[in-house]
Each structure stands twice: as C-alpha cells, then as structure tokens.
Design a protein around this ligand. Sequence first.
Ligand code: URA
Length: 273
Amino acid sequence: MHNPVGENPGSALAALRFYLDAGVDEAIDEMPLDRTTAPPPPPMTQRLQAVAAEPRAPAPGPARPAVAVGGDIALAEAERLARAAGDLDALKAAIAGFEGSGLKATASNIVFADGNPESRLMLVGEAPGREEDLKGLPFVGESGKLLDRMMAAIGRDRSSFYITNVLPWRPPGNRNPTQEEIALFLPFVRHHIALIRPKVLLLLGNISAKTLFDTTEGITRMRGKWREIAIADQVIPAMATYHPAFLLRQPGAKREAWRDLLSLEARLNELKI
Ligand code: URA
C-alpha cells in the first residue's frame, strides 16, 4: 500500500503540519494500550474471517452508554475507586489517579468542582473547555461568565451553589466526549452527587441531562421539566436546561432558559434553599 508519509523526513514533517492544520492535536487512542504486552495482530485473512463471523450489530439499545471490550476493566476500576472515596478530597484524588481513560494524558489540569460544597443546589455541566483546563476550575470561560450572569439573575453566586461536570478532563480540541468516556466517568459524577447530597440538581445541556437522566431524549424535549434522579439513598429533584455555550450560539433560546431559571428559583424557595 502507498505510504503517504514515505521515508523522507521532509514529507513526514509536511504530513505532520497537514494533520495539525486539520485539527489533529493528539496521537493517542481513547483507551491506554500497553504495546509491550499486547499480542501482535493476527494475519489479515484471520481478521476478515473473524469480522464475517461476528453477530450483526444489535438494534439501538438502552440509553446508558456501553463500554467496549478493554473498557470493562476500566469501568469496574472506576466504580471501585468511586465507591471507596469517602469524601470530596478522596474522590478528587481517585479521579486524578484513575488511568482508565486517555483524556488525562492530553489535559493540563483536573477540573473537579467549584462553589460551595455545603450548598443544597448542585449544577452539572458537560466537560471542561480550554480556560477551565488551564485554571483547573469549571465554567470560568465565556460560557461560565454567561452562567454566572444567569444565576445572578435569580440571586445566586458560587457561594450559594456547587458546580461540577460529567467529565473532569478536557477532551482534546474541545471535541465531544465519546460514549465510552462518558460511561467511564459516570460512576465518579454519581458518587460526587452522593457526597454532596444536594436537594436540587440543575443539569446543563444535552450530555449532562442524557447521562444523568439515563435517556436518549434530546435537551429540547427534556428542558424545563422536573424529574427525579435516584442516587445512593437519595431521590433528588432535577431539571435540565440549555447549556450556556448553546445560549451563546443561539441567543433566541434564552427565553426558554429564563423560564427554566424561574422554575428553579421557585423550587429553591419552596424548599427554603
Ligand atoms: N462547559 C462545560 O460544560 N463545563 C465547563 O466547565 C466549561 C464549559
């Protein structure tokens, strides 16, 4: 087969530049692979036969994302580490030490949480962006500033809510997290919620809502409606609203987001939070 890079260092460099221009900023896989112990791939004919013998893809399944082959071990490890964390510091250390996802290798800082852990209102976003990755804090970039203004409109600031994300590491180049990454970090975010014991949850955007409501429904249908999330021994009222990054792109949707905020405010008042 023709090798586009060839053996000439000049063309290898040109190919690398091309990849960079095309937005490729990492050369790693989603799952860590120990190449010193991994067996060599079987011959192509054997691989083709194996593929032909594979069962057909199942019909669209349950909402909770599945973790593929090698990920099963990582998922079991994530569940074990999360369960063992008795407080927030231990949970942060457990996430920082978790080697089951390649995201850690490309991020600069863990983004664990911000705000008041004593607050009974908890917000959950999607994943850190560039600013968050640099500062190690959630929602400190443009969408974070909008979120702070939105929350200020109902009289809240970071001393009166607690905030985290589904993912603690920035996906490279701000790409969307994969289903596998979401599934791997779900035990941690659920345990995070269990430790905080919020009385009300606000889920910011599609990924947070789909993940924590365990549904395939889209944010447009889900937003503004109160549901319940069962975590450990708690049943927590939760509402999804649009992600502030979406509102920056679609300011027309702020009307609906405002209605959601009023509903949140009413619920908080009702519960005297
Ligand atoms: N978007 C998120 O979902 N979380 C952040 O921390 C920043 C942007």
